[in-house]
Design a protein around this ligand. Structure first.
Ligand SMILES: NC(=O)C[C@H](N)C(=O)O
Length: 342
């Protein structure tokens, strides 16, 4: 297991100051935002597109934080950017169900109050993460599903979009391929996933997370994965931190991965240690593969995975970090323009 964490050698100095509760140093670590574009296997020809997309999303979310915006606004913006990017399995670009349809899941959570909102198996909207936020803000419920979620979207004035506009040629090709009798069940379950998610701590120390997905390739109609389930596909608590997972949803649900990692952090583990422990437990106990982005209240972040790859990016102190394979941590100034974006 690898990969990165916001805990670097110069941050170690900061952390020792954290333990003496130096407010100046904590302020230097905030705000922070980390995003992922899904754990799994990204084909070579899509690697650069995947990395450029998470960098774009991290920049968009971080710009909100730098302007004094909230962690909730930042994670919703970052995930919206990724939903609009057809390179990922969320919004446009979502994988198809067994019968060839798009059914999407999303969640948001606000670490100040533990308020949360989610939608599952929702159809015909471009940005499920925004609908999840409306469930949090405008209803007394935590999750709306299927037709009820669509009815709520209409009541909120969210524009319906034709299903065709959410389906890419790539998604259609993979759907066909996985209907073949000789389809590889591992690829069908684990391959080329591209769920998207974000975690952030704003300048006030408020924490939020958001996750959005089309789910598992060729899933049964009506299947609900980990993403809209609180504690599984996301969790945020100002007192502990936030996690946005990706990976095999059924495995994530069995170990309630997001809350499990925060539990390890409550026991004193760092964001990186807790992420590794949660992922290792999921692998050992239910043979689950996946990845996470994590933040703690001081602004220490981690991007960890036990799948082959996970496109991720993190923004802090006006620097952008990103990677795809285990052990990678490229960095550049946040303002550096994208050379090859899509
Ligand atoms: N790509 C993914 O991360 C899939 C998502 N966790 C699901 O099972 O619905």
């Amino acid at each position: 297991m690898d990969t990165l964490s916001g805990l670097r050698s110069d941050d170690e100095k900061h952390l020792s100051l954290h333990s003496t509760k130096c407010p100046v140093t904590v302020a230097a670590m905030l705000p922070v935002l980390a995003v992922h574009g899904g754990a799994g296997h990204v084909p070579k020809e899509r690697a650069e597109i995947s990395c450029a997309g998470v960098r774009d999303a991290a920049r968009a979310g971080y710009a909100i934080l730098r302007a004094g915006g909230s962690a909730m606004d930042a994670v919703v913006e970052a995930v919206t950017v990724l939903e609009n990017n057809p390179a990922y399995n969320a919004g446009r670009g979502s994988v198809l169900t067994r019968h060839g349809h798009v059914e999407m899941d999303a969640i948001v959570m606000d670490g100040r109050t533990l308020a949360s909102g989610a939608v599952s198996a929702v159809k015909g909207i471009a940005n499920p993460v925004q609908l999840a936020r409306l469930v949090m803000e405008k209803t007394s419920h935590l999750c709306l599903t299927a037709e009820g979620a669509s009815e709520f979207a209409r009541a909120m004035g969210i524009q319906e979009v034709p299903e065709e506009s959410l389906i890419t040629d790539y998604a259609r090709m993979r759907w066909r391929k996985n209907l073949q009798p000789d389809a590889n069940p591992v690829e069908c379950q684990m391959g080329k996933m591209g769920t998207v998610g974000a975690v952030a701590v704003d300048s006030e120390g408020n924490i939020a997370c958001a996750t959005s997905t089309g789910g598992m390739l060729n899933k049964m109609e009506g299947r609900v994965g980990d993403t809209p389930c609180i504690g599984c596909g996301g969790y945020a608590d100002n007192k502990v931190g936030a996690v946005s997972p990706t990976g095999h949803g059924e495995a994530i649900m069995k170990v309630t991965l997001a809350r499990l990692i925060l539990f390890y952090m409550e026991q004193g583990k760092s964001a990186q240690e807790a992420a590794d422990m949660g992922l290792a437990y999921m692998k050992e106990r239910v043979e689950g593969l996946g990845g996470v982005v994590v933040v703690d209240p001081q602004g220490v972040w981690a991007a960890r995975f036990n799948s082959l790859q996970m496109a991720w990016a993190a923004a802090q102190n006006d620097q952008l970090h990103y990677g795809l394979y285990a052990g990678e941590d490229f960095s550049q100034p946040i303002e550096q323009p994208e050379q090859n974006s899509q």
